[in-house]
Design a protein around this ligand. Structure first.
Ligand code: SF4
Length: 164
C-alpha cells in the first residue's frame, strides 16, 4: 500500500486544540489534500471535549505516565486527573499506526503538547519548557515508530518529496 505519515490533527487545520483552535501548517495542509497524511488527535480520541482545560504531566514525561509513575492533570485551576483519557488516546493512536503498519513512514507530532510533544513539554508547576515527550509520542516511539517534531520542517519536506 501507499506510504503515509501520521500527523497531529491540529497541524492540518482540525480545530482540536484545547482552546478550540488549530496549529495549521501550510506544508502539511498541502500534503493532506494529496492524501499523504493520516490526521489523528489523541486527546479527542481519548474522549476529552473541545474546548477543554489545558493539561500538563506531573513528573518526568510521557514515558513515566505510561509506566504509571506520573499523572496528567488539568492546570486551569480545576486540577482534574485526565491520565486515563491521555492513555486511551495514546493507545487509540497506536492502534491506527499498527493497522497501517509498514505504510507509516513517520509520525509528525505537534511540539510542546503533553500528548504530542517530541522534544519539549511544559513543566508542571511553572510556565517553562523542559526536555521530554508527550504521552502519545512516547508510546509510538516505544513501539518503534519514527517520530518527527512539527518543528523538523526540513526533514518533513524531504520525506514528503519521497512520498509524492
Ligand atoms: Fe490533539 Fe495532539 Fe494537536 Fe493536542 S497537539 S490538539 S492532542 S493532535
Amino acid at each position: 500500500g501507499r506510504k503515509v505519515l501520521i500527523v497531529s490533527a491540529c497541524l492540518v487545520g482540525f480545530n482540536c486544540k484545547y482552546n478550540g483552535g488549530n496549529n495549521s501548517c501550510s506544508l502539511l495542509e498541502e500534503a493532506f489534500s494529496k492524501g499523504l497524511l493520516i490526521p489523528l488527535c489523541p486527546e479527542q480520541l481519548g474522549g476529552l471535549p473541545t474546548p477543554r482545560p489545558p493539561s500538563k504531566i506531573t513528573d518526568g514525561d510521557g514515558f513515566l505516565v505510561l509506566e504509571g509513575k506520573a499523572r496528567v492533570l488539568t492546570v486551569d485551576g480545576t486540577c482534574l486527573d485526565v491520565t486515563d483519557n491521555f492513555l486511551r488516546g495514546a493507545y487509540e493512536t497506536l492502534r491506527a499506526a499498527e493497522k497501517l503498519g509498514e505504510r507509516v513512514v513517520a509520525c509528525v507530532l505537534k511540539e510542546k503538547s503533553p500528548s504530542c510533544g517530541v522534544r519539549k513539554i511544559y513543566r508542571f508547576s511553572e510556565d517553562s519548557l523542559k526536555d521530554g515527550m508527550g504521552v502519545t509520542a512516547a508510546l509510538l516511539k516505544s513501539k518503534g515508530f519514527k517520530i518527527l517534531s512539527s518543528d523538523d520542517t526540513e526533514t518533513i519536506k524531504e520525506i514528503l518529496r519521497e512520498l509524492r
